[in-house]
Design a protein around this ligand. Sequence first.
Ligand code: EPZ
Length: 416
Amino acid sequence: MDRIIVEGGRTLSGEVQVSGAKNAALPILAASLLVDGWNTFYNVPELQDINTIGLLLEHLGAKVEKDGHTIKVDASGLCETEAPYDLVRRMRASVLVLGPLTARLKKARVSLPGGCAIGARPIDQHLRGLEMLGATVELSHGYVEVQAEKLRGADIYLDTPTVTGTENLMMAACLAEGVTILRNVAREPEIVALADLLNRMGGKVEGAGSPVLTITGVEALNPVEFSIIPDRIEAGTFMVAAALTEGNVLVKDAVPAHLQALISKLRLAGATVTEEHNGIRVQGKRPICSVDVKTLPHPGFPTDMQAQFMVLMTTAKGLSVIAETIFENRFIHVSELVRMGANISISQNSAVIRGVKHLSAAPVMATDLRASASLILAGLIAQGSTEIHRVYHIDRGYESIEQKFSQLGAAVRRVK
Ligand code: EPZ
């Protein structure tokens, strides 16, 4: 098992290039199932999760060709309707083939993704939406089976603004007959990116980024070329790293409009954040001011940045409160940070962080993707050498993370 070793005490400076967004690439690759012919996707991050969905698309009968950050997919040969357990268990985002398969083949059998470290992760909203579009949904032997003679437009209200739920229903509605209204949808930049792709393919999706989507079904969609948007969570991770280490870092291609909540909180914490023509520059300053945060659906503060921002608060002046409202168990990183000397206590869905003078290095365990990144951040400011185990979690969502941190002057290396 690989480990990552971080020597604390370095100040980060220079430029870092943000990769394409994992959480935009996954639904966009799934959307290639909606059309016959070759789609070409540029700026796709090279990550384990992208490999996994590539395997799934091939299993379903599509042709997939990968050349660095460019991936081509042709789903003309789509024939299989089942997403097997051994692929879905590796990556719950495999559930994103549910909508396209139902739309194209009128049939889908997808292993239920099951929970993960951060929560139960139900897909009830995905399934209810497909039923309202005219599909029948059955659960058996750990699989969800969806059948539909024909999908018809419907007026659907989501109980919760689920990101992948919105994406699944957008894709299904594009090939349904008539108009679908999706209400209380997710508004993340990745939703807007998927809508851009579907419209480029000939779909009719209006309102992306707002709480209501209006989707007019079409007979067929056409293959396109499309470039993946930058990863706002990777960008935010490097922005926090600069603030933590009193650094001066330009995060290239980071999009300010995608990160307004984080930018505002970093400024309240005392960092200088400036929008430049090719990215966002962050200059850290100590003492760090303590700031309260509450995670919310976009445009609120992103849950995927909660662990990283908590590290910034561990050595801030005073007390801060971080409330996690999206997932029921997303404080797994807290016990690891406490082992490094942080003073954090949890009650219900809130963590209370009392700033300490410094963190001290310790061997720690990565658990979920973003919690793992926060351990690297903690290592940057801890006294000594922090050893992070189970780094495969990190490789799922961060491309060449140790190279990118090393380029900025951090002492981060991987040990096989
Ligand atoms: C997406 O997951 C992201 N993954 C997650 O990023 C991200 O943390 C999450 O959105 C929230 O922003 C991808 O885009 C591939 P949700 P998703 O459905 O769609 C509840 C990462 O680190 N819910 O928006 O699975 C659910 O329990 C990952 O890259 C229902 O109740 O999240 C959760 O509490 C981690 N019923 C909340 O909604 C449903 O049918 C948000 O879940 C669906 C969701």
